[in-house]
Design a protein around this ligand. Sequence first.
Ligand code: IVH
Length: 331
Amino acid sequence: MTITTTAPAGSALTTRDEYADAIGTAIRASAAYYGSGDSLLDDASFDLLVSLVQAYEERYPEHTDPASPTGKVAGGAVPAGEVAHTAAMLSLANAFDPQDLRDWEASVVRRLGAPVAGGYVVEPKLDGASLAARYEGGRLVRLVTRGNGTSGEDVSHAIGTIVGLPERLASDVSFEVRGEVLLATAQFERANEIRAAHGAGAFSNARNGAAGTLRAKGRPYTVEMTFWAFGAVELDGAVLPDTSHAQVMAFVAAAGVQTAAATPAGLTVVATVAEVQEQVDRIAALRARLPFGIDGVVVKLDRLAEQAAAGTGSRHPHWATAYKLAVLPLV
Ligand code: IVH
């Protein structure tokens, strides 16, 4: 259940007390979101609150509280797990409207020192739990949650329960795919039926259900989940295409892993930001009819050389942004 509280005032934080209150609220909301799944704030209110905290910290860096959620993946609410990631699993910066998208493009052009030549990829922002899946010699050997972004929890016990993550690939390749594991609407309903039959409480929402199912060990029942890849990392040996994100995803799909390209929203490559906006609007219009939850649309530079040139900050890559969609009304 999402409890939508009054959105925090849209005006800037001006005093240290307001800043401290805002941090407290953000930490509690983040902990609830990643813990029980019962959000104290809807996504848009949370993002607004964090942006106000960030603006205050930019104005008064000397007042910055180390507990602030601004510099942390998942607002710092997720404990570190036991497996170090091959490469950090970062968050995405947000855009909320067409102007934010154009501002992001301008920042990319500034970083590249040239207009974007390789186009943009547009994918749904799948609303589940981030997962790294490692294939060695064509075999699925390890699943790791995002955790704190640097290390995550080994959830390899879930191998074999996730549609889209086969235990064997079509060839003996080695790579790590990154993507979102979620409960599609039908899986969520089935999960709650199975749980009821076992005397367990219902999952409050699909995202929370996916995160809980992924981490649960030794349950007397199995809940099926679905994985959609949105990235890949090379392991030993250069096997992945070095050209574009779309090519990497096509390679991973050909090997047998389900990718965001196979969702009804698809993966689309376009040349201009105006076309990106059209794709965002198209996916937003599809959203209510999708068989799983999305909370936005992810826009990435397609060409890997341009991604590298745009670079990555401490919290998120400069080459991508998440265009957040308004919170769906509760029915
Ligand atoms: S790309 C460097 N693409 O959103 C981060 N992320 O808020 C690259 N997510 O941690 C992530 N759908 O768990 C990417 N199509 C998509 C996504 C996606 C969902 C999640 C992912 C990430 C979070 C960031």
